[in-house]
Design a protein around this ligand. Structure first.
Ligand code: NAP
Length: 295
């Protein structure tokens, strides 16, 4: 049993023989949500390559099975724990199913998330005044309410672990704000706030909590933008490194936050954005094409 929240600080992590050992997760039991594709699939494989057994959350059974095969190829156990986070009570079930299948939980990377969308499922980049309250509710329900429910339930499992770490997949949008994606940005900002609050509240129980904030990353979620030249060119003109992030680059940062390499790192929002959060002020001389949103 772990010490209570008001106990003295837990003992520091044991030193490792080689610095790269600190990035290993041998024997760790991890839950990765949104693991059916995109960033979550890359995170699941990265954690498995580092030695973790992984429970895989999302709605699509078939795609979760494909991710499970990739994890199994790394010689680790993979357990699909399907569920729809838009439904009440599902986050709790997913956590309990994962803990039951793996014999406990040490790491949670909660990565499932959605953009505002039109009724046909295509992304809706509309200003707040032109968007529907139902869409706000749907985005906040999946991105924020399920995050709180999942963290609340995970606590009882993580508190039993000696290497507990939570990574909430937030976004640059949560730090900087994003017009035409207000619900998404607000939900991602709230995830950062939750990570910071939980980090302090759970620190004496030895549970680290951080938010990871990627910028524009090439996945299904952003295919609508990456595949449209004027929009992609416009977005990338605001990324000093001038390109999209790839899911495996985000996965490496998630592995770092989850691993003992980040043993003194908690309550932080790690930006992984190719410099997009640094305004160039025009002084870097990065050319800006005409905005596709200009009236
Ligand atoms: N791509 C980017 O540019 C970017 C940038 C910053 C942050 N992020 C964040 O990174 C995370 C992953 O994004 P991605 O780009 O990899 O997106 P993606 O390719 O669309 O994947 C989203 C994942 O979330 C799952 N998911 C969506 N709705 C769900 C629900 N109601 N219940 C359970 N699972 C659900 C999806 O699985 P199913 O459809 O099978 O349920 C899928 O596995 C998200 O939280 C996103 O906000 C992405």
């Amino acid at each position: 049993m772990k010490p209570a929240a008001n106990s003295p600080a837990p003992a520091p992590h044991a030193p490792v023989a080689h610095v790269l050992d600190a990035f290993r997760l041998d024997g760790v039991r991890a839950l990765v949500t949104g693991a059916s594709r995109g960033i979550g699939r890359s995170v699941a494989v990265a954690l498995a390559q580092a030695g973790a057994d992984v429970a895989l959350g999302a709605r699509s059974h078939g795609a979760l099975t494909e991710t499970a095969c990739l994890v199994a190829k790394e010689g680790r156990t993979a357990v699909p724990v399907p569920g729809d986070f838009a439904e009440a009570g599902v986050a709790e079930t997913v956590v309990d199913d994962a803990a039951a299948a793996l014999g406990g939980l040490d790491v949670v990377v909660h990565n499932a998330g959605v953009l505002p969308s039109l009724p046909d499922g295509s992304p809706a980049m509309a200003p707040l005044q032109d968007s529907a309250q139902e869409d706000w509710d749907r985005v906040l329900s999946v991105n924020l309410n399920a995050t709180a429910a999942l963290c609340r339930r995970a606590h009882r499992h993580l508190v039993e672990s000696s290497r507990a770490s939570v990574v909430l997949m937030s976004s640059l949008a949560g730090v900087a704000g994003t017009p035409r994606m207000e619900a998404y940005a607000a939900s991602k900002a709230a995830q950062i706030s939750l990570a910071r609050s939980l980090a302090a509240g759970w620190a004496r129980a030895g549970i680290r909590v951080n938010a990871l904030c990627p910028g524009w990353t090439r996945t299904d979620m952003t295919a609508f933008a990456a595949s449209t030249a004027p929009l992609s060119d416009w977005l990338m003109a605001h990324v000093p490194m001038g390109r999209w992030a790839e899911p495996d680059e985000v996965a490496r940062a998630a592995l770092f936050l989850a691993s003992p390499a980040a043993s003194f790192l908690t309550g932080q929002a790690l930006l992984l954005d190719g410099g997009a959060s640094v305004p160039d002020g025009g002084l870097a001389g990065i050319p800006k094409p005409p905005s596709p949103f200009a009236a």
